[in-house]
Design a protein around this ligand. Structure first.
Ligand SMILES: NC(=O)c1ccc[n+]([C@@H]2O[C@H](COP(=O)([O-])OP(=O)(O)OC[C@H]3O[C@@H](n4cnc5c(N)ncnc54)[C@H](OP(=O)(O)O)[C@@H]3O)[C@@H](O)[C@H]2O)c1
Length: 303
């Protein structure tokens, strides 16, 4: 089963987790993670931006003191990739400095921190999957701010932080490429989609399951890649959505990044390797196409 933990290896010691605190709990990932843990009967507090603004160090410290979590999962982020180009310091406040506040509060209380990060920390020039320890070289403001968040987590909590990189997310809530394509497919609208960027479309519910498995297995602190296996292009993904929706695949036509310029550069190659999951004995997320099929009923129901 995707996201299920195999029996922990000799290096792993199961962590007894009674309390989870999720920041950014109204976001696409935050909602699925809070729901998954809640459905399993875990003690989980999900706080949205109104309840916990992560850029306020005092508020962060007070929340950790009050809820005394064993694990904090930071799903709060500035995710407007293009806007970050002109507003990098504002993005850094959320994606970088705030992670330092969270990590500091966790260090003081003994909680672990799961910092969700991104494929954008890499340069996108590779030709084989990026290993977890491949040198980061972000090309966008968003990528730089997310890298700062990774560094802040590791610096304050070298033995108690997990950097979980994901990419190409879609979920039942919030806006995503898959939801946009699904709406177009159901309307029978044509769409032109870039076919020269490769990545791993990833369902938020699968990322949530990986985070839960990571903690349950007592995995070593470090960097993990929570993306689907396999790879495709945005054109390939749009075509798959149209096919699943029963729309005419000929409505989807390929284009190039050159013809579809945006303020922030997009990585041409965003495929991440998954070897690090082997150490705690956790299955990586399975094939992206299978995941899309599993997610589809929930995606349809949410339209
Ligand atoms: N979406 C993707 O394709 C993708 C790809 C790679 C990595 N990631 C990473 O995955 C994580 C989850 O992303 P997502 O797609 O779930 O993002 P999302 O839907 O945009 O959710 C982010 C949440 O953070 C909240 N937030 C923003 N500023 C905040 C603050 N100062 N304090 C507290 N909360 C704040 C947002 O609230 P408001 O709505 O009120 O602003 C939103 O609810 C992020 O770390 C992101 O960088 C996402």
């Amino acid at each position: 089963m995707v996201g299920a933990a195999r029996p922990p290896g000799p290096a792993a010691a199961a962590r007894v987790v009674t309390g989870w605190l999720i920041t950014g709990a109204d976001g696409m990932l935050g909602r699925d993670l809070t729901a998954l843990l809640g459905a399993e009967g875990a003690e989980v507090v999900g706080l949205n931006r109104a309840a916990l603004d992560v850029t306020d160090a005092e508020v962060v410290a007070a929340a950790v003191r009050r809820h005394r979590p064993d694990v904090v999962v930071n799903c709060a982020a500035w995710t407007a990739v293009d806007d970050a180009e002109a507003r990098e310091d504002e993005a850094l406040a959320v994606n970088g400095r705030a992670v330092g506040y969270l990590a500091g509060a966790c260090a003081g209380s003994g909680a672990a921190l799961v910092q969700v990060s991104t494929d954008y920390v890499f340069d996108g020039h590779a030709e084989k999957p990026y290993a977890e320890d491949h040198p980061a070289a972000p090309r966008s403001a968003y990528g730089r701010t997310k890298l700062a968040g990774e560094q802040a987590a590791r610096a304050a909590l070298p033995d108690g932080s997990y950097v979980v990189r994901t990419a190409w997310l879609y979920g039942a809530h919030g806006s995503s490429f898959v939801r946009t394509m699904l709406a177009r497919a159901r309307a029978g609208s044509p769409v032109s989609v870039v076919d020269d960027q490769r990545g791993q479309p990833t369902w938020t519910a699968d990322v949530a399951a990986q985070i839960r498995a990571l903690i349950a297995a007592g995995a070593p602190a470090g960097t993990y890649h929570a993306t689907s296996s396999g790879e495709t292009t945005w054109f390939g993904l749009a075509s798959a959505v149209y096919a699943l929706a029963g729309a005419d695949p000929a409505l989807v036509t390929p284009t190039t990044s050159e013809a579809y310029q945006r303020p922030a550069p997009r990585p041409a190659y965003s495929v991440l390797g998954h070897d690090r999951w082997l150490s705690p004995g956790i299955e990586p997320i399975g094939d992206w196409g299978d995941a899309l099929g599993r997610a589809f009923p929930a995606m349809l129901a949410a339209q």
